[in-house]
Write a protein that binds this ligand. Structure first.
Ligand code: ATP
Length: 366
């Protein structure tokens, strides 16, 4: 199968549990060999999608296809799809080695082959030296590595991972994210990962599926989703965002619009099409704002005026909270500036008057 062929497809899938509609109208094509993450808040249907893929759940309407074949009625053990759970689900009375070997033994694989494959799987997750321990003698991160080794030892086509790091502390979680990404690259199989953590999704994924209330809202690379969110929900869910109110007056060609943003006439860029006199939202990431001292003289480019409400020192960057003047809507914007050689420029006092502009062309208009 070529790498661009879908391994899994969901076509018109919905899932209703008694009185809860967990999924509606899901169309999703999962590419062979990609790292895909389902991202969304609690209850949006991520786990239900995983369970449809693994075969532990059947759809109410629509089809699930694996390798181009409808598998709605194919049970989990016939799908070559394994799942890694948040709680590891290891057998406590068995050694690490026996935990990983268990499925192969059940499948009747011969002893020498089991020994070799278990060794390889444990080496992949850096656990070969702890093969004789029991799960209770391992840290949470080590237990999760064993669970992953067990899930890849029988060469699945797809590995499903349901919030596998949520029980781990922040630092270990970051380390495991990198390890999992490397493991996926070296195995070359498809990983479908579930998380409600945007940073985790962005750190690992080739593509991210953003979900809300049982529906897919956007599918794209982390960069596409961050820089060009499909709507306000996605924009707010993935990182900090400033939202300004504007009215489009008229368009010229090339996606340039003349507009009024929080009472100030200026030009806006957008790939989208708007009617004249259309109210819009202008979305700006904190790092795309430019903050200028008013005392240094007025800017000749259009700008919004405000005051520094608060500064938060972050080491390499400083976060700036800027309260816009009432004449400019009175919102509090968040900026983020990198320190450079003349870093005195970005040390502001609370209350200081500032003008705000943004990097040309970086706004998203919805
Ligand atoms: P979380 O991040 O909290 O795990 P999720 O995005 O994975 O959430 P799902 O577990 O897929 O969400 O649940 C989606 C919706 O379906 C929720 O409203 C949930 O309560 C409901 N649901 C899931 N499984 C069942 C079930 N077996 N019976 C009834 N309702 C269910």
């Amino acid at each position: 199968m070529a790498n661009t062929d879908p391994i899994f497809e969901l076509r018109g899938v919905s899932k209703v549990f008694e009185d809860t509609c967990a999924l509606s109208d899901i169309d999703l094509s999962i590419r062979n060999g990609e790292f895909l993450t389902l991202l969304g808040p609690s209850g949006c249907g991520k786990t239900t999608i995983l369970r449809l893929l693994s075969g532990f759940e059947t759809s109410t309407t629509g089809d699930v296809l694996l390798g181009g074949r409808v598998v709605n009625d194919v049970p989990p053990e016939k799908r070559q799809v394994n799942t890694v759970f948040q709680n590891y689900a290891l057998f406590p009375h068995m050694s690490v080695r026996d935990n990983v070997a268990f499925g192969l033994k059940m499948a009747g694989v011969d002893k020498a082959a089991i020994a070799q494959r278990v060794r390889d799987a444990l080496r992949m997750v850096h656990m070969e030296l702890l093969a004789d321990r029991r799960p209770g003698q391992l840290s949470g991160g080590q237990q999760q590595r064993v669970a992953i080794a067990r899930a890849v030892v029988n060469n699945p086509l797809v590995l499903l991972l349901d919030e596998p790091f949520s029980a781990l502390d922040f630092k270990l979680r970051k380390a495991m994210q990198l390890e999992i990404k490397q493991l996926q690259r070296s195995l070359g199989i498809t990983f479908v990962f579930v998380t409600h953590d945007q940073e985790e999704a962005f750190a690992m994924s080739d593509r991210v599926v953003v979900m809300n209330e049982g529906r897919i809202v956007q599918v794209g690379t982390p960069k596409e989703i961050y820089e060009d969110p499909a709507n306000l929900y996605v924009a707010r869910f993935v990182g900090d965002i400033n939202i300004l109110d504007a009215t489009i007056f008229s368009s010229s060609n090339g996606g340039m619009y003349s507009a009024e943003v929080e009472g100030v006439p200026m030009n806006l860029h957008s790939k989208r099409t708007f009617a004249d006199n259309c109210p819009v939202k202008v979305l700006l990431r904190p790092e795309d704002l430019r903050v200028h001292r008013v005392a240094e003289g007025m800017l000749d480019e259009p700008h919004l005026l405000g005051r520094i409400a608060q500064t938060v020192y972050k080491g390499a960057t400083v976060d700036l909270h800027i309260r816009l003047d009432d004449a400019h809507g009175g919102k509090t914007l968040m900026g983020s500036e990198f320190f450079n050689e003349d870093d005195e420029e970005i040390i502001y006092d609370a209350g200081e008057r500032v003008a705000v502009t943004w990097v040309d062309g970086w706004e998203v208009v919805l």
